[in-house]
Ligand binder design. Structure first.
Ligand code: GLN
Length: 259
């Protein structure tokens, strides 16, 4: 009985080593077979990730980028939509392999998860209603109502405004709706999301950006802490920048090639 148990354990260990669980020596093998890259994202942040009315296809800059990375890694990309603040817990639980949705690289997030090298540089702006002539920058927001998306860097920034009454929403669409309905004085949000909303997201006639770009932020792809995929994703990102694919995707969504 005891002998049989030892034999089974030895076999289990041999299989684990062969499968690459035993350490970095097994990683080469895993690269050969096409695997699934389980991607978590949050919709409604045009132009990074969104769906056209009546379609379930995930489109946008981030979606093209992660598909190109998947192709580069010989992995089949599988995308699912989640709430923004559910992405990091899903990574940590191992339910998804990567998250991408205009997520800013922050020291706090890097304590909980891995983040890739930057793939897009931007920052936060203040958006107000067009008829608002008193708010000219974030400095004018003390003690005022500010709408932000839950779990974002915008929420962190709004929390630093003295006396501000911060209203948090699950989606950016709700954030902008609150501004339109005059439930708040201002919105704090990523510049490209604000610009897209003003250009074609319904805010053209009612809203405007005021003040300068606040602290610069870089977007990164998020992974579980210690994921062996992090270095592979960084390498793929670099390859796409070097072979022109990144610029192609950039131009498709933002109009001009990244310098
Ligand atoms: N960049 C913001 C953050 O990381 C969120 C952007 C978005 O709404 N997807 O917190």
């Amino acid at each position: 009985m005891k002998k049989a148990f030892v034999l089974v354990m030895a076999m289990v260990m041999a299989v684990m080593i062969a499968a690459g669980c035993g350490g970095s020596g097994g990683q080469k093998k895993a690269e050969k077979a096409p695997e699934f890259l389980r991607v978590g994202t949050e919709l409604a942040s045009e132009p990074f990730v969104f769906q056209k009315a009546g379609s379930k296809e995930f489109i946008g800059f981030d979606m093209d980028l992660i598909r190109a990375i998947g192709h580069q890694l010989n992995m089949k990309v599988e995308i699912q939509n989640m709430k923004f603040d559910a992405l990091i817990p899903a990574l940590s639980a191992g339910n998804i392999d990567v998250a991408i949705t205009g997520m800013t690289i922050t020291p706090d997030r890097q304590k909980a998860i891995d983040m890739s090298d930057p793939y897009y540089v931007t920052g936060l702006v203040v958006v107000v209603n067009k008829d608002n002539n008193t708010v000219k920058s974030v400095k004018d927001l003390d003690n005022k109502g500010i709408a932000v998306q839950i779990g974002t860097t915008s929420a962190d920034r709004a929390a630093k405004v003295p006396g501000a009454k911060v209203k948090k929403f699950n989606t950016n669409a709700e954030v902008f709706l609150e501004l339109k309905n005059k439930g708040v004085e201002a919105v704090i949000i990523d510049k490209p999301l604000a610009e897209y909303y003003l250009a074609q997201g319904g805010g053209k006639d009612t809203a405007k950006i005021v003040g300068d770009l606040m602290d610069a932020e870089s977007y990164g792809i998020s992974l579980k802490k210690g994921s062996p995929l992090t270095t592979k994703i960084n390498r793929a990102l670099l390859d796409l920048k070097n072979n022109g694919a990144y610029d192609k995707i950039y131009t498709k969504w933002f109009g001009e090639a990244k310098k």
